[in-house]
Design a protein. Structure first.
Lengths: 425, 245
């Protein structure tokens, strides 16, 4: 109690220095809160979109997984209905969707084919609606009709702009079958989607059966996308799915060629996501590390000033019987008391700013076009604030104060009473 | 007896040995057999790839080296697909979108309907002697036939295969086997030609096979079910409007 009273008195004696320490912690925790919300906003949404577009777990043939870059359409899942039922019955599985992503040449009817390459995403309309949320992201036109949905397509904003497509226009796609022959098809554009996502905005979304026709895989798909409750639990879900698809009866139900095998892949175990996640963690650590270092340096500096100013006083306290540990505690508690106020204010201000910026966002504009088409990165970036970020920043602020004040406190503890009082005279 | 022996020996030595023809002579014979003024055929193309077998049926017309037309009759999903070659250009009619598409650039190097014959292979039907310099490498028995082995080097850079090695049947004057190479010297494709038939004095192989050496396990067979040379082909066939008829 005596230590706390002394620490409070010391803190109030030099208000300018105390204010400086407090400001350092305030700025540090505020920046930490802001930084964490942006990291969560940018990279968290990146992870959500990645898991959404690739499936929390996906099932493909082993050879397709190995040669995916070459688009080996013949390495498909020839008959998927039985396996879909098997996967839907697994614990933790909420949805299963067959999908074919097919590289095509695309053009507006009447224009030359050959310049524009795109991707036809063929899946059940439920996938486009429930997983990608495209029905909520239509900028022009509307959703697929109940009667002619097989002949209709939703087109991403960037692709529509490049091809000069509008709602009601006819879209020609030229793909290839799994045997390599040309496969041409005509679609009516019913809607232009604006997802703010660089990947989706260059794609063509159609019903599963149309994709099956293009690739000439009448009952199959290239991938089966499996979803659970939370994309962060994909690794656990992958283990369950992998076990379920390993049985010989499953392989038999798929009509796979002899010797072919299936593999279940969690979204975060596949490239480019695996490398991207390592990079994301490294960037987040660098951001937090820089802020913590600068804050700690500020606290260390002001507390060191305090020790130097109070050398004589420390000598008197030591002569009156204050132990070495007591001196250390005195300075650490003083730093902690200042940091509690500074940290609380910093976390609070940082939280207010983060919440305010959630609605504004940062538009990458034209720079988004330079991002790789395989990455589902949102064009407009938003911070995402969570109470845990404010709490973490506050606790980190206290830790920084503890670390920053420990060196001056130890230095103060080493002061000899006689020398200190002599120096005071 | 001695007289008879002397007579036999004199006959043997009096016969001139079969001198190797020049490369130009061999190529001239091949060109005479393989090129035509006009031609009408029905063809079955069987593509075996990745363990799957797909069969196409088509009807084709040709006029000289510069004009050719193909219409796919089967399977159902490809029925109505038509191709037209005019000079060095190739157009394709896509029946599901009812659109004429020019095949150019990288598309030319893709396999015709996924086969081992590329669109470029379709374009290059002109006489070999006009496109390649050749030299005879020797005699070989290939696939049971006595052949001249020829090495051909492209005269210009605009041909698909800068080098080809051909085995020309000595009796029929048609290729038995051809190996097609890239600039790097890499073997790209092997063509084999069998079941040579006589068409009013012209020898012509009625089964072509192509094996892509880059994509292993891929084989395409072209079987001519009917073949007529020097026939009257309607003029409209070689018109772009024929594609959309």
């Amino acid at each position: 109690m005596l230590i706390i009273r002394l620490a409070l008195r010391n803190a109030s004696r030099n208000t300018r220095r105390t204010a400086l320490t407090m400001l350092t912690v305030l700025l540090g925790t505020m920046l930490l809160t802001l930084g964490m919300s942006w990291v969560e906003g940018i990279f968290g949404s990146f992870q959500i979109e990645a898991a959404r577009s690739t499936g929390h777990v996906r099932v493909v043939t082993q050879t397709f997984a190995e040669r995916e870059m070459l688009q080996p359409l013949h390495e498909n899942l020839p008959v998927t209905a039985g396996l879909e039922d098997t996967l839907r019955a697994l614990p933790g599985v909420t949805e299963v969707h067959p999908r074919l992503n097919l590289g095509v040449l695309a053009a507006k009817d009447g224009e030359e084919l050959g310049e524009t390459v795109s991707m036809v995403v063929a899946a059940p309309l439920a996938f486009h609606r429930q997983i990608l949320g495209l029905d909520q992201r239509i900028a022009q036109g509307g959703w697929f009709s109940a009667e002619d949905f097989g002949k209709e397509a939703l087109v991403g904003r960037a692709l529509a702009s490049e091809l000069g497509l509008g709602v009601g226009d006819r879209l020609i796609v030229l793909g290839r079958t799994q045997d390599g022959s040309m496969s041409d098809l005509l679609f009516q554009v019913v809607g232009i989607t604006d997802t703010g996502n660089t990947l989706y905005d260059r794609q063509i979304f159609v019903d599963l059966e149309r994709g099956r026709w293009i690739a000439d895989i009448p009952e199959g798909a290239l991938e089966l996308l499996v979803y659970g409750e939370d994309h962060k639990e994909a690794t656990e879900l992958q283990a369950v799915v992998q076990q379920a698809i390993s049985g010989p009866e499953v392989l038999a139900s798929l009509s796979l060629p002899e010797g072919a095998g299936l593999v279940a892949q969690a979204w975060n175990q596949r490239e480019p996501w695996t490398s991207a996640l390592v990079l994301v963690d490294a960037i987040a650590a660098i951001i937090v590390g820089c802020i913590v270092f600068i804050t700690a340096l500020g606290v260390l500096n002001t507390m060191l000033m305090s020790v130097l100013e109070r050398t004589g006083e420390i000598g008197v306290l030591r002569a009156m019987g204050l132990s070495t540990l007591g001196v250390v505690a005195l300075f650490v508690v003083e730093a902690l008391l200042i940091s509690i106020v500074g940290g609380a204010l910093g976390s609070g201000i940082g939280s207010v700013l983060s919440i305010a910026l959630e609605g504004v966002g940062l538009d990458l504009g034209g720079a988004a076009r330079n991002l790789p088409d395989t990455m589902p990165v949102n064009r407009i970036l938003h911070p995402i604030w969570a109470p845990s970020q404010a709490l973490k920043s506050f606790l980190l602020g206290l830790s920084v104060a503890l670390v920053g004040s420990s060196s001056p406190a130890l230095r103060a503890a080493q002061i000899q009473p006689v020398q200190a009082m002599r120096a005071r005279r | 007896m001695k007289t008879l022996l002397l007579l036999l020996l004199s006959i043997v030595f009096a016969m001139p040995a079969q001198a190797a023809p020049t490369a130009a002579e061999v190529l001239a014979t091949v060109d005479k057999n393989m090129t035509f003024e006009s031609r009408k055929t029905t063809v079955t193309m069987t593509v075996t790839k990745n363990g799957r077998v797909k069969t196409y049926q088509m009807e084709s017309f040709g006029r000289g080296a510069d004009e050719g037309a193909v219409e796919f009759l089967a399977p159902a999903r490809d029925k109505g697909t038509r191709m037209l070659k005019k000079g060095g250009e190739l157009w394709m009619f896509l029946p599901h979108v009812e659109k004429v598409q020019k095949i150019s650039g990288h598309m030319l190097r893709q396999g015709l309907m996924g086969s081992d014959f590329s669109y470029e292979d379709m374009l290059e039907t002109a006489a070999l002697s006009g496109r390649y310099d050749a030299k005879v490498l020797g005699e070989e028995v290939k696939d049971g036939r006595k052949t001249w082995k020829l090495e051909m080097t492209a005269k210009s850079a605009d041909v698909s295969y800068p080098k080809r090695v051909s085995w020309i049947d000595q009796e029929y004057g048609v290729p038995v086997r051809e190996e097609l190479y890239a600039v790097s010297g890499m073997l790209l494709k092997v063509f084999t030609f069998t079941e040579v038939k006589d068409f009013d004095g012209r020898k012509f192989p009625t089964v072509f096979k192509a094996e892509d050496q880059v994509q292993q396990g891929s084989l395409t067979e072209l079987r001519f079910d009917s073949l007529e040379f020097t026939v009257a082909v309607p003029e409209e066939v070689f018109n772009l409007r024929w594609l959309e008829r």
